[in-house]
Design a binder for this molecule. Structure first.
Ligand code: GLU
Length: 471
């Protein structure tokens, strides 16, 4: 293994949002680099000036930062390297390995249609391969002179050996008429210049890789190793798309997911380690390796991301960090503004981490304890705030008013002792109290609820609940 010298890159095109497929490619490259002490390079492939936007570039940075995928080099911007690509294309023309082509788009379309009608391969027919005279008024493109015979083989780290006949490959355009270089050309120049040792990307690029290998050969360069990650499917086994659920990485941040849960789920696409499913990022760095990634298409399971990976990481996350994240979520949702040192944050995260799958769920479960007015769930009122509860709630209020401190154990004891004194089950005290204090029959543990609300609110709400119960 090329430990220490391993260099990988993530090379997104900033033409939209960062989706699950991109993020998975980024995660795999990052883990591979970290595992082997290598270098993770970020390169923004913004040669398509019409489709690339600054906003989309920012989304890439934000998504990577949120996921915790720090890059060691870059970002390199292809838009700043046009002169270099221009010189490299000229070099190939001078050496006879590329040529200028004056065929116009209309002519190409015409010939393409004709080839299809005659059931021939519609690829470029090579008409300008031997032409040397410019055509008046036509700005030429530069095309690569692709070998017409033989085969191109790739020893893919994931897919195994893949081969194509060179006659399947076309004389692809390296530089457009307006001077803009094309993806297949810039990617080769950059991966070479940036000394990338392993190109790891989606299998949708496999057909490009054959072309790129030929460009490496034309320059006399060694090719990097290639690894093509299989397609990601939705739960119905069709290509993952918006129909299946949110596919934008930042949407998951906004929906209250933890980045480590996302990294966990994305890594598990096509990779496993025994029967274990939940891994910290540190564990993944230690255990993940590229050759262990399978080549079968992987299914992205949205339910499992929430119910398993995220729920589990919420449980495991450092309490201090969770407090900060909950505070940010509460503020973003307009529920409450709590300062970072507010003791209620630790009570809430501690009381809710076992039952909240996302930060948004945790914030919503906290809502009744942080807003001024209780919003009563009618079904819960009907079930638990019956006439006989009025007296229980008042008695509980008296016990709580008489407590010296306001700690959770004492609060829990107040309920237990009241139930014992009256010879009724704990639930006969706790459930009416829960509804009086939160408006609902499901909430964090009752001692947590009371501790968060504070003595004054608890007494006020118990009394209001008692009045409601008395009718
Ligand atoms: N810019 C390409 C894309 O976003 C990726 C290129 C590559 O990884 O080689 O699909």
């Amino acid at each position: 293994m090329t430990d220490g010298k391993l260099r990988v890159r993530f090379a997104p095109s900033p033409t939209g949002f960062m989706h699950i497929g991109n993020a998975r490619t980024a995660v795999v490259n990052w883990l591979y680099a970290r595992r082997h002490g290598g270098t993770f390079v970020l390169r923004i492939e913004d040669t398509d000036r019409e489709r690339s936007t600054q906003e989309a570039v920012q989304v890439i940075y934000d998504s990577l930062r949120w996921l915790g995928l720090d890059w060691d080099e870059g970002p390199y911007l292809q838009s700043e390297r046009f002169e270099l690509y221009r010189r490299r294309a000229e070099e190939l023309v001078e050496r006879g390995l590329a040529y200028r082509c004056w065929c116009t788009p209309d002519e190409l379309e015409e010939r393409r249609k004709q080839a299809l009608a005659e059931k021939r391969n519609p690829k470029y027919d090579g008409r300008c391969r031997t032409r040397t005279e410019p055509r008046e008024g036509v700005r030429p493109v530069i095309r690569f002179r692709m070998p017409e015979t033989g085969t191109t083989a790739i020893q893919d780290l994931i897919q195994g050996e893949v081969v194509t006949a060179n006659e399947e490959l076309d004389d692809l355009v390296l530089r457009r008429a307006d001077g803009a270089p094309t993806y297949n050309f810039t990617v080769v120049i950059d991966d070479h210049d940036m000394a990338i040792t392993h190109v790891v990307r989606g299998a949708d690029h496999l057909s490009n890789t054959f072309r790129q290998v030929q460009i490496y050969r034309a320059f006399g360069w060694d090719t990097p190793a290639f690894g093509h990650l299989s397609l990601i499917l939705g739960p119905d086994r069709t290509k993952l798309s918006k129909r299946h659920g949110a596919v934008s990485v930042l949407q998951y941040r906004d929906d209250g997911y933890l980045p480590e849960a996302m990294v966990n789920a994305l890594t598990r696409l096509g990779w496993s380690h025994g029967d274990e499913e939940v891994f910290t990022v540190e564990e993944l760095v230690r255990l993940f390796d590229l050759p262990d990634v399978g080549k079968a298409p992987a299914i992205f399971d949205f339910e499992k991301l929430r119910n398993k990976y995220n729920a589990e990481h919420v449980r495991r996350a450092d309490p201090g960090r969770m407090g900060g994240l909950l505070a940010a979520t509460l503020e973003r949702l307009g529920i409450a503004r709590l300062t970072a040192d507010d003791p209620r944050l630790a009570l809430l995260t501690g009381g809710l981490r076992e039952r909240s799958r996302t930060l948004v769920e945790m914030a919503e479960a906290s809502r009744p304890l942080l807003v001024e007015d209780v919003a009563f769930d009618e079904a819960a009122v009907k079930k638990h705030l019956k006439a006989d509860a009025a007296d229980v709630l008042r008695a509980l209020g008296e016990r709580i008013a008489a407590l010296a401190g306001f700690e959770r154990p004492a609060l829990a004891r107040a309920i237990e002792e009241l139930a014992a004194a009256r010879g009724i089950g704990m639930g006969k005290v706790a459930q009416p109290a829960r509804v009086a204090l939160t408006g609902t029959a499901v909430s964090p543990p009752i001692d947590v609820v009371m501790a968060v609300l504070g003595r004054e609110q608890v007494l006020r709400r118990l009394e209001a609940g008692a009045r409601k119960a008395a009718g």
